[in-house]
Write a protein that binds this ligand. Sequence first.
Ligand SMILES: Nc1ncnc2c1ncn2[C@@H]1O[C@H](COP(=O)(O)OP(=O)(O)OP(=O)(O)O)[C@@H](O)[C@H]1O
Ligand SMILES: [Mg+2]
Length: 250
Amino acid sequence: MPNNSIITVQQLSKHYDNHKILENVDIDIFESDFTVIMGPSGAGKSTLLQNISTMDKPTNGKVLFNQQDLTQFTDKKLSQFRKKEIGFIFQSFNLIDHLSVLENVCLPGFLLHSKSKQQVVKRARQLLTSLRLSDQIDQAITHLSGGQKQRVAIARSLINQPKLLFADEPTGALDSTAGTEVLDSLTLNNQNGQTIVMVTHDLKAALRADRILFIKDGKIFGDRKFSPYDFDQIETRRIEITSWLEEMGW
Ligand SMILES: Nc1ncnc2c1ncn2[C@@H]1O[C@H](COP(=O)(O)OP(=O)(O)OP(=O)(O)O)[C@@H](O)[C@H]1O
Ligand SMILES: [Mg+2]
C-alpha cells in the first residue's frame, strides 16, 4: 500500500522578475519516504526545496500539508509551523558560531516553547550522543570539523521531532568519510520513520533514496521509485540508479 502524502504541491510556479524558474510543478511527497531531488546546476532544485519547505513563497500554486495550504498561512502561523514540523540541513551548516554545540541544538527547542528547558537539554544530549558527539557537547562550533558540524546541524534539525526533514546538499562541503557518516545518520532517521527530502549532486547520497525526482528546466522530468536503501544490495542499487540517471541525461 502506498504511503500517505504528507506534502502535496499543486501547480507551483516561481518567477524572479520575468524569469520562470519553476513552472506548474505538481508533486506529492509521501510520509516516511527518502526522496532525493537531482538535476543539472541551475535547474531549480534549491528553489523547489525552499518553496515546498516554506522557506520561500511560490509565485503561484499551493503547498498542502495534511490538507492545509501553507501558502495561505500568516507569517506568525508559518513560523510556528516551521519550528514544530520542519527540520532543515544546509550545505554550509548554518550553525551559530558564538554558541556551543549543546546551545545550537537546544535553540529551536527553546524557541518552540512546547517543552521545559530540562526536557529540551535532555533530548539534545541524547541526540548528540547518538550522533557520536558526546565529547563535543560543550565545545565551540568553530573547533569542530565539517563532518562534526553537519552532525550538530542534524541534531538541531531533529530537536523538535519534526515530521519533515529537508536537506540541500548536506554532504556538499564534506569529504567522503564525513559525508558517509552524515548519510548514515539520515538513513537511520528515515528507517525510524522520518520523512526526508534531500537535494544532491552526489551519487553516493542519491543511493540512499527510495525515490528520485529529476528536475530539468524548472520541471519534473523524471520521478522514479526504488526499493528502500539496503547496504547489502549496494552494487545492484548503484547500477539501477546510475542507469536511470543516465536515461535522465545526468
Ligand atoms: N533569489 C533569486 N533571484 C533571482 N534568481 C534566482 C534567485 N534564486 C535562484 N535564482 C535563479 O534560479 C535558477 C535556479 O536556481 P537554483 O538555486 O534553484 O538551482 P539549483 O538546481 O539548486 O542549482 P545548483 O545545483 O547549482 O545548486 C538559477 O538560474 C538561479 O540563478
Ligand atoms: Mg542548489
